[in-house]
Design a protein around this ligand. Sequence first.
Ligand SMILES: CC[C@H](C)[C@H](NC(=O)[C@@H](NC[C@H](O)[C@@H](N)CC(C)C)C(C)C)C(=O)N[C@@H](Cc1ccccc1)C(=O)OC
Length: 330
Amino acid sequence: DKGSAAAIPINEVDIAYVTPVTIGTPPQTLMLDLDTGSSDLWVFSSLTPSTQVRGQEIYTPTKSSTSKLLSGHTWSIRYGDGSGSRGSVYTDNFTIGGLEVRSQAVQTALEVSSSFTQEQSLDGLVGLGFSTLNTVRPSSQLTFFDNARPNLDEEVFTADLKYHATGSYDFGFIDSKKYTGNITYTAVQQSPGYWTHSLSGYSVGSGAFQASQISGISDTGTTLLYLPTAIVTAYYRQVQGAQNSQYYGGYVFPCSSTLPTFTFGIEGARFTIPASYINYTRISPTSTTCYGGLQSSSGLGINIFGDVALKAAFVVFSGTNPPRIGFATK
Ligand SMILES: CC[C@H](C)[C@H](NC(=O)[C@@H](NC[C@H](O)[C@@H](N)CC(C)C)C(C)C)C(=O)N[C@@H](Cc1ccccc1)C(=O)OC
């Protein structure tokens, strides 16, 4: 078995990517954020208070002949950006890109935080982290990937996220048309449940490569790239007028500044993030001050290789034993 689906940016600065999925019988289509940084599959639903729904598509379990309440089960999740949601649980048929899982746990939101209400193009998340992170209690549930794995041609899924364009997620196969050269794999530490791995180092612009093991998580659900302060300050030292703003909560610079590229290593391979990906967004529509796509991880307690980095590569999440992650140029 295998599947392939679009990864569509939800706004003009790629703040997140959504993928069409179908749930239930007859199929209900929702646009969900496939998130390797968490492991709950939750959706806006008919149980979500209408005051918290603003334009999202909802899943209505009572309209599906194959839905079943997972009685007595609840969930509650908090993300690194402070957002969160909680609710009850159904099982139902769930399909991404033609790949179906029967009796997938679909977590129906009874409450969502305001940032989810405000994001009207995002109808929920599909957690693709390791199932150990799932928050359903009293019994935790398996991710879509863990449920699909026994039927997949190959125990992998791949992410081909694109800058200001639609990319794709593939399940069960590696599409050789989507990358160039070889895939470089590196070991994954699967506890506590993120896709945790190391970079072999970095370079700023045409500067020398600094070899150093930098551990972090590859997280398709996080927009930006968060690295240790020393690396981030070395980068912005090359940017005219850059400053670390308390007010804006990170590095900002004049939008007209010339930014260097940023290169990260995976084992012996090198991946270069174009300057345009790091010139992330104006701090307001009419401002000439811009916010960087590379920020310090010091407040997070974890380095996060988010979309700004991932969209510079073709990424293979391999559920083999032991798990590993692969990067290729494209
Ligand atoms: C089950 C909880 C999941 C795994 C949650 N995962 C995350 O927060 C990770 N991914 C975050 C998501 O990708 C998020 N950006 C999706 C959007 C649409 C809201 C972060 C760390 C990159 C987590 O670790 N939450 C922390 C809260 C946290 C994390 C980081 C920093 C500060 C606080 C927690 O509650 O752990 C039990």
